[in-house]
Design a protein around this ligand. Structure first.
Ligand code: GLU
Length: 484
């Protein structure tokens, strides 16, 4: 076997929103190819025309680009092995199917869909695995020619050996063996002239010189068919590495019903691409030093296929949120200001003000989409009649709270250029004089000034919105409190 240049690919079907599972495979393919100075290819498997969704190829490409996993070759990028879309490669598959028939590794099948449905129903009733009964392999070549000439609809099937086994190596799963009698003479070319994946995948992997087929475990059972096909053509097998299937929290296969699987959804929620990439890298693979936070570059330097586990990792959205928060905190204020732009729905916030207030909420953001709500208190005065004094402060009756806040306001108004130390000291002294816990007085101020009991540090908040505005809010809050 000759060593080849590294070429990897993902081969998604354009059937809707770009799936996070495809991006997971793309990450491993891209990292592996890039680390070995190879190429990563996007190939579109659109041979099932009934499931084709217009626009899906563009969305796939955009999702890859957003995650910085751009393909080196693909339908929108071009490349030396174009076309990269299977529906544009039909003559190639026809030619290969004919070659297989000629060499005896394939045969024409004229069975009607009705006959096949009947066959399947019978097998199901007898609890037999469904398989084709090979009636058409027994047709004489004259009969075959006659039917072909007569335009009888037909398919081409792979001729599976009747006994023995098919064995291949998988970098993640080790040696995998399938008994030949568990395989069926799969259709390679359908009667509509389109290939099935059992022909198109191995054919294109060969023709596009793919060296490593890194993809999801759910495709493992189709490999014996590829192996037989590769043998029939005398082609060199690629290296196989079947990634563990991503799972929902209940360990079922990750699905739309239990998890968000669309990349667009994660993007719209304000997940950072670098956090998603880091998170996906940790699914089924672990950093040799046990690190949880690392860049794509670090990942690709350390990635070996042998380090990937077999069993399905759980896609834990809470962990992704945590990780996203870590990445948000690592951003410079200018960078964060840039990234939150699409999420600032309400008022436009002046850039310099935005950069002043963002550090105060950065710590608590888990997703960029939370930014509007987090910044709300900085841009809009709270409704004084809706302030949560009563729920936030249990120990002080509201009329007393009013008096305390009036005194606090007076004390603060005396400060010409307040600093954090003075502010704190004044409030503490006053609380002691009133016989209150200082926390209650701070909470009263916090509720009046920010509109909420959970907010960024109070002094910094007042500085950010300006002391004049803070005092104005304080007066409005006090006016809303009962006098008795
Ligand atoms: N077409 C398959 C998919 O939609 C990919 C099969 C492969 O990677 O070989 O995921």
């Amino acid at each position: 076997m000759t060593a080849r240049r590294v070429r990897t690919r993902i081969a998604p079907s354009p059937t809707g929103e770009p799936h996070i599972g495809n991006m997971y495979a793309a990450l491993f393919c891209k990292a592996f190819a890039e680390e070995h100075n190879g190429q990563f290819i996007l190939r579109i498997e659109d041979t099932d025309r009934t499931r084709y969704v217009p626009g899906a190829v563009q969305m796939l490409h955009d999702a890859l680009t957003w995650l910085h996993l751009e393909p080196d070759e693909g339908p929108l990028t071009g490349g030396p092995f174009a076309p990269y879309t299977q529906s544009e490669r039909l003559p190639l598959y026809h030619q290969l199917a004919e070659q297989l028939v000629t060499s005896g590794h394939g045969y024409y099948c004229f069975c009607t869909p009705e006959r096949l449905a009947q066959l399947r129903a019978g097998q199901e009733a007898r609890h037999e695995p469904s398989h084709y009964d090979r009636v058409c392999i027994r047709l004489s070549s004259e009969e075959v020619q006659e039917r072909l000439r007569g335009g009888v609809p037909h398919t081409v099937r792979l001729h599976i050996p009747h006994e023995g086994s098919v064995t291949f190596d998988d970098k993640i799963r080790g040696t995998v063996t399938f008994d030949a009698h568990t395989l069926t003479d799969h259709i390679l070319l359908k009667s509509d002239g389109y290939p099935t994946s059992h022909l198109a995948i191995p054919a294109d992997d060969h023709l596009m010189e793919i060296s490593h087929v890194i993809r999801a475990e759910e495709w493992l059972s189709s490999v014996p068919y590829y192996v037989l096909l590769y043998q029939a053509f005398g082609w060199q097998l690629p290296v196989f590495a079947h990634l563990p299937v991503l799972r929902n929290a209940d360990r079922s296969k990750m699905s739309k019903r239990k998890n968000n699987t669309s990349v667009t959804w994660y993007r719209n929620q304000g997940f950072l691409p670098e956090a998603i990439v880091n998170f996906l890298a940790l699914l089924g693979w672990s950093h040799p030093e046990g690190k949880e936070i690392f860049s794509f570059t670090e990942f690709r330097h350390l990635l070996t296929l042998e380090r990937i586990v077999k069993s399905g990792p759980i896609f834990d959205t809470k962990k992704l949120e945590w990780m996203n928060g870590v990445y948000i905190r690592q951003l410079s204020v200018a960078e964060l200001a840039e990234r939150v732009q699409p999420f600032l729905e309400t008022t436009t916030i002046e850039r310099s003000y935005l950069e002043r207030i963002l550090p105060l909420v950065q710590e608590r953001l888990r997703m960029l989409s939370e930014v509007s709500t987090a910044l709300e208190p900085f841009v809009r005065d709270p409704d004084p009649t809706a302030l949560p004094f009563a729920t936030a402060i249990k120990r002080v009756p509201l009329p007393e709270l009013r008096q305390g806040l009036e005194l606090a306001t007076a004390a603060l108004e005396q400060l010409t250029t307040p600093d954090a130390g003075q502010f704190e000291e004044r409030i503490r002294t006053l609380a002691a004089k009133l016989g209150w816990k200082a926390g209650d007085l701070f909470m009263g101020l916090r509720v009046a000034i920010t509109g909420s009991s959970a907010s960024p540090p109070l002094f910094a908040f007042c500085e950010a919105i300006g002391w004049g505005r803070a005092l104005h809010r304080l007066h409005a809050g006090i006016d809303a409190l009962p006098t008795r």
